[in-house]
Design a protein around this ligand. Structure first.
Ligand code: 8LH
Length: 469
């Protein structure tokens, strides 16, 4: 396979011919079974490496009675216990600052990224130069598959903070040889400036969260600029469901008159674009030779058959600083078997990642994902741009309320619209929802990942707990 070595070593001068479809044709198109053999060998290398260097992994595996030498097949690998994010956080608290899963001397760490830390202790990602380069190479490769080329100007319109998303897109675009425009996001008044800079700089590729792309389109229109006239030819996304949610995807594609690509997994397993689309269609491929993805039963963490739903469990095959070996995502997806019909022999997630297991709620026995509600609401032509999903509890029953902005300028009957939308929600979700229409611009817009669910039930629980003697 092309440039396939452990530890990874990439030729930073390599780039395919402009017209080439694949960055590494052999790695991307070889029979999946053959690739799996090489992946198994690599998994053993990575496990040996972590066993020798990381008290975190060694302790965990010893406790489970597992030695790297006992892994003789990918089925054996399913017995390796998963790593939970809480374990990483706890290990880091005990072994400041990078945790005992850091496998290189701390002096070798040259880049620090991290979680936002809005809930709980933040986790630091310590990255050495080798990993930084292999992430750049991996991302360039996936972006190449999206059709991004050196002649493009790539706008990074997500926060240039500790968030890996922005930097991963930045170094990938840079490695690919494109012009990178790191405008960022999240500063007051920035979106208006983004629109004008996009026009001025001739941005052809846009990276952000799907929510923010819709916001940029909205602000462009208020500035008297049709987003479709901005000259963007491709938009790629990560961070939240959206780019594979049909109505959100269609809204973005129509607004910018451009192609939409989904990508993204978790910061811990960067290259996070190892879940990345290779065509202008919903869904992502699992680029298994970068990060080995197993879609697993959330109860026992063994692989589910193709065609089924499960939670992704990730193993980095190129990271040397903080390798992740069976990191549990707690997201939900469905996977399909590799097929050369898609141009690359990787498993496929046809709807991308459609939500976090924790974000799912149950109303009258139906499992509901916020992204399913977003899909219905955003498909409506009278939808005004933002909404909130409120789950509350009256007596013992959970109820669902969707407050949605209505486009008053259309002059249509707001009440009738709300009833119609409630009907559509019932048809898709299988349970009734009360739709409360509100004026446009009632809700804050986000420059990052949208948080639309308000769970009143937890407030109720909290009140009850406080009332209790
Ligand atoms: C997604 C998606 C997606 C992430 N569809 N849900 O931006 C990529 C990386 C850097 C990122 O967002 O990492 P972070 O901040 O650790 O968040 C990971 C979570 O974000 C992940 O577990 C998913 O729940 C969500 N996510 N990309 C749907 N394309």
């Amino acid at each position: 396979m092309e440039q396939w070595s452990w530890p990874p070593r990439y030729d930073d001068d390599y780039r395919p011919a402009e017209g080439a479809k694949h960055w590494f044709p052999r790695r991307e198109t070889m029979p999946a079974r053959q690739r799996d053999e090489l992946i198994l060998a690599r998994i053993k290398d990575v496990m040996d490496y972590a066993w020798a260097r990381s008290p975190f992994y060694r302790g965990k595996w010893e406790e489970a009675g597992i030695h790297p030498s006992s892994i003789k097949s990918l089925a054996d690998f399913e017995k390796v216990p998963v790593v939970r994010k809480e374990e990483l956080r706890a290990d880091q608290a005990e072994n400041e600052p990078f945790g005992s899963y850091l496998c290189v001397p701390p002096e070798e760490v040259k880049h620090v990224n991290g979680t936002s830390g809005t809930t709980g202790r933040p986790t630091a990602f310590g990255i050495n130069e080798r990993d930084w380069r292999s992430v750049a190479n991996a991302h360039a490769r996936v972006m190449w598959a999206m059709g991004i080329r050196p002649s493009d100007t790539v706008l990074v319109a997500s926060p240039l903070t500790l968030y890996w998303g922005s930097w991963g897109a930045y170094i990938g675009a840079e490695r690919l040889g494109a012009r990178v425009f790191p405008f960022g996001a999240g500063v007051s008044g920035q979106t208006t400036r983004t629109v004008h800079w996009m026009k001025q700089m001739g941005v052809t590729v846009f990276y952000a969260t799907p929510s923010y792309a819709l916001r940029v389109a909205e602000v462009a229109r208020t500035e008297g600029i049709d987003p479709a006239e901005l000259g963007v030819r491709k938009l790629f996304f990560s961070g939240e469901p959206g780019a594979s949610v049909p109505s959100i995807r269609a809204r973005i594609a129509e607004a910018f008159d451009a192609e939409v690509y989904d990508s993204g997994s978790m910061a811990e397993v960067s290259p996070w674009m190892h879940l990345g689309a290779a065509a202008d269609e919903p869904g992502v491929l699992c680029w298994q030779d970068l990060v080995y993805t197993e879609v697993c039963d959330p109860a026992n963490h063994t692989r589910v058959d193709y065609g089924n739903e499960g939670t992704p469990v990730y193993t980095t095959l190129e990271r040397t600083s903080q390798p992740m070996i069976r990191l549990l995502s707690n997201d939900l997806t469905r996977w399909e078997a590799p097929s050369i019909e898609r141009g690359r022999t990787y498993p496929f997630l046809p709807r991308g990642i459609y939500g976090r297991i924790d974000d799912m709620f149950i109303v009258r026995g139906e499992n509901i994902y916020p992204s399913a509600i977003d899909d219905v609401v955003m498909a409506d032509p009278e939808y005004g741009g933002e909404h909130r999903i409120i789950i509350s509890r009256e007596s013992i029953m959970d109820t669902l309320v969707v407050k949605a902005e209505h486009r008053a300028e259309l002059g249509t009957d707001t009440r009738a619209w709300a009833d119609r939308l409630a009907g559509k929600l019932r048809a898709v979700l299988g349970v009734g929802a009360t739709v409360v229409p509100v004026e446009q611009n009632t809700f804050d817009r986000t420059a990052f990942k949208a948080r639309r669910v308000i769970d009143d039930r937890s407030m109720l629980h909290q009140l009850r707990a406080e009332e209790a003697p």
